[in-house]
Design a protein around this ligand. Structure first.
Ligand code: ATP
Ligand code: MG
Length: 665
């Protein structure tokens, strides 16, 4: 294994460390070795529809088989498996009752305070059927939209499954969103019901949910809502509106434990989900039933190499797409045992993830770079919460999702959590893509820190210039997907025009899916590295640079925990670089801040080159992030210019940080 101190004289785009899959892992993997990967790619290239048709038949149970695989007649509104019928909940639950998994644990619920409850597939099936019958008893039916505003819980997953069972389209709203954001989503979806909890437990505190629903509904415009279904989580005091509000336990009390699934067309909308709002106003992404579920199941097998004995833990919230594909649907569709975690990574201390892995013998762990970076910082400050103090021997595979993972954070994860034994799948994807797009396959792809490596078989990603022409490897450009794939976004709910202009812009010929991210392919390997959002590209004296490389150089400095860079108009260079930096130590001020800023500037100069030196550095205790944990560079750009923020901040987690970041070091 190569040494890791720093990236002296290369930087993230010239990463030279390569980690082949461990031989034993590769020997037992679903896709074993690059030949197996290439064989699948060749199959897709030779007969694109035949390839997806075969996989859809193998991985899903169809009530009515499809005869049409891909219908491109109303592109870019593509249809997959359109004349087939199925039910997502049937595929996740009933299937497991028939194939010997009935008494297998489906969900291990780890609550905020560490209490554990479990549900087998049989129990989950029963809960979902009763829930579904309860929804039906209130007149909720196929095609209705239901808002789910819940904490992480077995009931949260059951609520999604129950909607799927009756053909109602769910729209989960993350439990941290304000009443205003909730109200807007209720109105946009035209929802008939809200499923919520009295309160949620996070970090040892009870936080309101039902009260926020009440507030949202009182804001007006939500006349479509007839029912508010309330799961009793804490028993805290809540207000009650007779006739509208109903306890979940009362709703399901006398319901039958059998509920015939509503067979829906493959294109029936399974859910609507809003994007994180990192680059602008969130978009209400509509997903299908067949294509989405195929992806969730397939990527559990391809990317996570899921095996019957695995304990799978995705730390996302069901309010994000990661929690849809890799908590609510994917693991269940493949009959896995998974953890559903209510709490936060830092309660009761920053060793919570490691402790929980040891407690439940988690074998596959999937989390976000923002969590990894914050836990690196925490274990630097307090040795006791360092992963080395926990028994992590059950782990066999690690994953990352949400943002580019800086090479040094990757190395830390690899060494300290994976103990140099576990492959890391750095999965690039989006709310819109429904599941993984570019990722290493753990038993096949040699890994390079900071690179998401190669697209999944059949995924036609490419890098093009602003006119849609291919660019050669080694030259950065715009990431696109050249052909439709089964789990792609179907439309933006209520806004087909925005769907077309956002994702299939005329400038690129109207045919390529535009991801909105910049990327570069390695000259020799063809590996993809995401360089940052296309909106965030920096242009200094005619040199175009992504944000990722400079940020990764900063994070490679041992004193830096996190960094974000943005461009600022500059009279001489066109744009200059402004870096926002969080140190592992306390936020410096005055002379110390000036001294450290100079040090970091020189560090970046050495790591990448003088052109990449930030002109200005600002230190903060944190960075502005979306509630899904992503850096919001668009707000930093406004701060760098010294202007007031007038943009959409509905998904901003920590507004208070903006004030601190107004001043330079
Ligand atoms: P919005 O679309 O509203 O601006 P968002 O793009 O942050 O918000 P998501 O769909 O949650 O909403 O995030 C998808 C984005 O996350 C991708 O476009 C990419 O920028 C980033 N991303 C996710 N996984 C990775 C990864 N493994 N490597 C690099 N970037 C990633
Ligand atoms: Mg996006």
């Amino acid at each position: 294994m190569a040494e890791t101190e720093t990236n002296q004289d290369h930087g993230a785009l010239h990463e030279h460390r390569v980690f082949p899959p461990p031989a034993e892992f590769a020997a037992n993997a679903a896709i074993s070795g690059m030949d197996a990967y290439n064989k699948l790619c060749d199959e897709a290239a030779a007969d694109y529809e035949g390839f997806w048709g075969r996989l859809a038949r193998e991985h899903l149970d169809w009530h009515k088989p499809f005869t049409s695989t891909l219908d491109e007649s109303s592109a870019p509104f593509y249809k997959w498996f359109a004349d087939g019928q199925l039910n997502a909940s049937y595929n996740c639950l009933d299937r497991n009752l028939q194939n010997g998994n009935a008494d297998k644990t489906a969900i291990i619920f780890e609550s905020d305070d560490g209490t554990v409850t479990r549900a087998t597939y049989r129990e989950l099936h029963e809960r979902v059927c009763k829930f579904a019958n309860g929804l039906k008893s209130r007149g909720i039916k196929k095609g209705d939209r239901v808002i789910i505003y819940m904490s992480m819980s077995i009931e949260g997953v059951a609520a999604m499954q129950a909607c799927a069972r009756i053909g109602a389209t769910h729209s989960v709203v993350f439990g941290g969103f304000s009443a205003k954001s909730l109200q807007e989503r209720i109105i946009d979806a035209g929802a008939v019901a809200v499923i919520t909890a009295d309160e949620q437990q996070r970090g040892g505190k009870s936080l309101p949910l039902k009260a926020i629903v009440d507030e949202a509904l009182a804001m007006g415009g939500c006349d479509t809502i007839r029912d508010v279904i309330v799961y009793k989580r804490t028993g805290g005091n809540i207000a009650w509106t007779e006739g509208r509000d109903i306890w979940l336990h009362e709703l399901v009390e006398n319901q039958s434990a059998e509920c015939e699934p509503e067979w829906v067309d493959a294109e029936h909308p399974l859910f609507i989900l809003y994007t994180s709002g990192s680059t602008g106003t969130p978009k209400g992404v509509q997903h299908s039933t067949g294509g989405f579920l195929l992806w969730a199941a397939l990527t559990m097998k391809w990317t996570f190499d899921i095996k019957p004995d695995d304990v799978f833990w995705c730390t996302a919230d069901i309010g994000w797409v990661t929690g849809h594909s890799y908590i609510a649907y994917g693991p269940l569709a493949v009959g896995a045992t998974e953890i559903v975690f209510e709490g936060i990574p830092t309660f009761p201390n920053a060793g919570r993830f490691w402790d929980t892995i040891a407690k439940h013998k988690v074998s596959i762990f999937y989390t976000a770079p923002t969590a990894i970076r914050s836990l690196i910082k925490a274990s630097d400050v307090d040795e006791k919460v360092h992963p080395k103090n926990y028994d992590l021997s059950s782990l066999r595979l690690l994953g990352s999702v949400g943002e580019p993972i800086n090479p040094e954070a990757w190395m830390w994860y690899y060494k300290n959590v994976g103990q140099e034994r576990c492959p890391i799948v750095d999965t690039f994807w989006q709310t819109e893509t429904g599941g993984h797009m570019i990722t290493p396959l753990p038993g096949a792809t040699p890994m390079v820190p900071g690179s998401c490596t190669l697209p999944l078989p059949g995924i036609m990603t490419a890098i093009v210039d602003e006119a849609g022409a291919d660019v050669p490897n080694g030259q950065g450009g715009i990431l696109v997907v050249k052909r439709p794939w089964p789990s792609m976004i179907r439309t933006i709910w209520n806004n087909p025009e925005r769907f077309k202009t956002s994702y299939f812009p005329e400038e690129l010929g109207g045919k390529y899916y535009l991801a909105g991210d910049g990327a570069i392919r390695n000259k020799d390997t063809g590996y993809f590295t995401i360089t940052g959002r296309i909106d965030d590209v920096l242009n200094v004296s005619g040199h175009r640079m992504g944000t990722m490389e400079i940020e990764s150089a900063l994070v490679a400095n041992p004193i830096v925990a996190e960094a974000a860079v943005v461009g600022k108009p500059d009279e001489t260079t066109g744009e200059s670089i402004c870096a926002f930096v969080v140190l592992k130590q306390a936020r410096p001020t005055g002379e110390e801040a000036k001294k450290l800023a100079t040090e970091l500037r020189n560090w970046v100069g050495k790591e990448i080159g003088p052109i990449a030196k930030p002109k200005e550095i600002r230190f903060g205790d944190n960075l502005p992030k979306t509630r899904s944990g992503k850096i919001m560079r668009r707000l930093l750009r406004v701060l760098a210019k010294g202007e007031a923020i007038t943009q959409d901040v509905s998904t901003l987690e920590n507004p208070a940080i903006l004030d601190q970041l107004k001043e330079s070091a």
